[in-house]
Design a protein around this ligand. Structure first.
Ligand SMILES: [Zn+2]
Length: 81
């Protein structure tokens, strides 16, 4: 369990076994999972690049600054191609 998961568990409680509409615990965990997925994509934007003489991000890093949830969901889908 990482630090965020520990904090989530401490504050909201352990993740429910099944997602339930309107459950605040489920929503908190879902948000975290969205962010974790986003983090993976973000990590790849640094690692999935050829090590040439110049660093070129495959996805514009300016998008990383403050995307809205829907913006980065769309962005994640792009990255899945
Ligand atoms: Zn729940």
């Amino acid at each position: 369990m990482n630090l965020i998961e520990e904090a989530l568990t401490g504050h909201w409680g352990p993740k429910c076994s099944e997602y339930e509409e309107g459950c605040i615990v489920c929503d908190a965990w879902r948000e975290y999972e969205n962010l974790a997925t986003y983090g993976e994509t973000l990590k790849k934007s640094f690692t999935d690049v050829p090590k040439d003489t110049q660093f070129v991000a495959p996805i514009s890093l300016t998008k990383v600054q403050k995307p809205t949830l829907s913006e980065w969901m769309a962005w994640l889908k792009q990255g899945e191609k």
